[in-house]
Design a protein around this ligand. Sequence first.
Ligand SMILES: Nc1ncnc2c1ncn2[C@@H]1O[C@H](COP(=O)(O)OP(=O)(O)O)[C@@H](O)[C@H]1O
Ligand SMILES: [Mg+2]
Length: 1079
Amino acid sequence: MEVKTSLLDNMIGVGDMVLLEPLNEDSFLDNLKKRFDHNEIYTYIGSVVISINPYRSLPIYTPEKVEEYRNRNFYELSPHIYALADEAYRSLRDQDKDQCILITGESGAGKTEASKLVMSYVAAVCGKGQEVNKVKEQLLQSNPVLEAFGNAKTVRNDNSSRFGKYMDIEFDFKGDPLGGVISNYLLEKSRVVKQPRGERNFHIFYQLLSGASDDTLKKLKLDRDFSKYNYLSLDSAAVSGLDDAANFRTVRNAMQIVGFMENEMQSVLELVAAVLKLGNIEFKPELRCNGIDESRVKDKNDLKEMCELLGIEQSVLERAFSYRTVEAKMEKVSTTLNVAQAYYARDALAKNLYSRLFSWLITRINETIRAQAKTRHKVMGVLDIYGFEIFEDNSFEQFIINYCNEKLQQIFIELTLREEQEEYVREGIEWTNIEYFNNAIICDLIENNQNGILAMLDEECLRPGTVTDETFLDKLNTICAEHQHFESRLSKNSKFLTDHSLPHNCFRIQHYAGKVLYKAEGFVDKNNDLLYRDLSQAMYKANHSLMKQLFPEGNPAKVNLKRPPTAGFQFRASVGTLMSNLQTKNPNYIRCVKPNDKKASHIFTEALVCHQVRYLGLMENVRVRRAGYAFRQAYEPCLERYKMLCKKTWPHWRGPAREGVEVLLTDLQVPTEEFSYGRSKIFIRNPRTLFFLEEKRKQCLEDLATLIQKIYRGWKCRRQFLLLKKSQIVVAAWYRRYAQQKKYQNIKKATTVVQSYARGWQARKLLRKLKHEKKCEEAVTTISAYWHGTQVRREYRKFFRANAGKKIYNFTIQRIMQKYFLDLKHNMPPMSPIDKSWPPRPYLFLEGVHTELKRIFHLWRCKKYRSQFTEEKRAVYEEKLKASELFKDKKALYPSSVSQPFKGDYLEINKNPKYQKLNNVVDEKVLLADVVNKINRANGKGSARILLLTKRSLILADQKTGHVKASVPLADLASVSASTQADGFFALQLKEGSTSAAKGDFLLSSDHLIEIITKLHRVSASFSEKEPIGLDISDEFLVQFKHDKVCIKFIQGSPKNGNNASCKRKNNRLLEVSVPVSP
Ligand SMILES: Nc1ncnc2c1ncn2[C@@H]1O[C@H](COP(=O)(O)OP(=O)(O)O)[C@@H](O)[C@H]1O
Ligand SMILES: [Mg+2]
């Protein structure tokens, strides 16, 4: 179960000043101090939150804390800014009331921090989702950008907002943020050109110089060194705890998130750089012939760089710093500027440039964060405006700021003090009036249209003639002299004539928060906020789109001679709009208090706090709260809200609402002192009573919810049941129909089956019968056929035996032959004529055929072989064939000759020059030329001779000389003789009686015996038609040597002379040739 907690649990001091007892200023301060010392920086006065700046980070802003405060009643937990934020957000979401959060306090009291805390809390508790988160992120990230450009270090606050900011956060009906709109109020632009001692210029200048990359700085023509820039205060350039470089990155990142394009960021930085450059432009006087000093730019380098940066023509700007054109009634007058005026113009330009840039930034951010949808939004406004400021030197800016704070105090008084009291009176509630200081009179002093200070300042500014701050002060002194809150030394009010704390050039206003001394110096100028037209025109001419946008009045086409509204006038108008805007919303107050002047933690300066408590009117606030009632509500909504708590008013009360409420409260037994009946409203004194009612209501709502649930569930179930029943009937009807149909179909199917079986059975029976009959018929036919067959076969058997055997035999033989031939075809031997192979014979009876086929094949193969021969080759083979006929098996020399080719002309006599002479003698074709041995008939020794054979004759010539020894016509040759052995001897026997025979026969020996004899034989045969010369092969033959016949005898001899045969003369009649036995 949830543990109920309360504001009262573990309380340090009292959490709500309303409960303080006794109530006086001391106890009030004590309570604040006690709580502050215990890190309780928040204290309530009813629904107002007092926040004391702790000047250090406390662990009270964690996500767990957010969860703790989420959706809890305001008084349920210890005081916290989150409780206020939650209350505001919930009444915005649930009760559709626009809210505003008014944060007030001195500079440095923690207003800006408080506004950020409220925004971050709302961001944390409202809806989630991609789109919503983006919106939240953009809303939150607008802060760093605005702070960089609009905040600066002051003596009161290191991060002091130098502009007023009001932000409307817009929500849809669910409470999801849709966007926002930011309004800004009067940037303190004088800071751009001059800062009080110990203070700094706006953060962005320092951030840019320390955080930008070298590259960026180079592009912007800047130097990292602060001391190079006149506009930057140097004694406090570095602030401890402030990392300018890191912040620069944060700002760039935030600008990206808020939708700035890269080029826009660059443009913005260029303008910032331009302001710095502008500060460095210095002037010197130049004496003119008319004796007037005219200003000239001293060192043109910065001017040049600035012009380059913004795309301005240098001469135009230079001129604008030396001359001023005044236009009046279509007339243009150009006057020169002296050095002081030039400096004034320069600073005015810098201030305008910067403040316009700032306004543009806000417009640009608004473009991104503004809600897109046109539907009605709920709005929560957060106002963080500069706090009340009292400096050593207070000028126009402080005057304006303090005026704004006066107005805020007014609103506070209006809404909390005056209105509340007035309401009691109006409602007729018994009431003791409480005194409080109403600052309306101060507001009137400043803003009154006739004689208010601002009105008079405007009047001075618009008045023709010389106008100075002194004339302005004079005017004040006359007109405001009698005002209670205006003090001036020279006023007609003699009171201050001797007041030495009041210098002559100053006036003092008693603000609600204290007296402030204002120096009149600069009021007129600052209110005029004058920028020479030449300068704005020069800026408009810049080749820089952002610059052009910022100085629209510089457009020569739109010259406007009317004066622009003064700064004071503008501010008064915008504050007016703001106030009326705030009045339409439900206010929530955060009153920030500064515990000390040293920006230090843990120090609580009572005097300082006491002062703030007084001028903030906090005591009065408590008193009014205590005297009054915590809660009020008109009777109708009250009855509507709580009517369920009583049977008599539930569900409808017929009668006046007031009576209904009375009945209700009586029935609930609420003590009578806890409430009062007003005319139209019920007033409840204590929040606790309200909580009691709320608690009861919550319980009751739960019961009611259960009841509604119960009835709804019952109704839903009944409806469901009826629907089911109806459907069931339909389903059942359909199903029955379907089932019957199915059953019928089944029966029909079954019947058909049975029928078919019966028919089948009948048919089969018939078939069987018919088959049987058919079989019987067939059997008879078969039997008779067989019988006939037998008879016919018996008749024809004898014929069959005579023929069939022969046919089968022929058929078989045919098959065998066929097979044989096919086999043979597939196994043919090679085509070489010397190949002996032949496939084996398969059957004996094929022997003859087989051998014959082999022979035919061989002949055919030889014929094939021969058919490839050329004519010459044929002749060679014929010779070889002849040699074979002549010598085969007759002479032992023959086999060795078979492999030797018959060359014929061994000597090549027609080519060889040695035989030239011989060749000339022979006129016929030489068939054979060789060297042979001629055997001497006397001793059997051989001498070499050339043997030539032609068609007609045989010639023997000397081997060395080529001299013809003998030429024998072939016709004279009778025969040739040779031995049977392997020798080369042969004898040429001549015909008896022939002319050649006179010298006797020739006995020769040659290595080419076979060839010589074969050729001789062939030539002789072709030459004479008669028989060729005879060949006698035997081992003994006769040779006619001149007159004697000598017998040549061949014997087998031992191989004495090597392998050669030798010849020996034995006697007159015998010549013996011994032939070595061939191995
Ligand atoms: N709730 C807080 N917790 C911690 N420090 C705070 C808190 N409120 C203010 N401060 C400190 O005080 C300084 C000044 O606060 P700031 O909100 O800028 O003052 P203001 O806007 O009122 O001039 C901040 O910079 C911060 O250091
Ligand atoms: Mg601030």
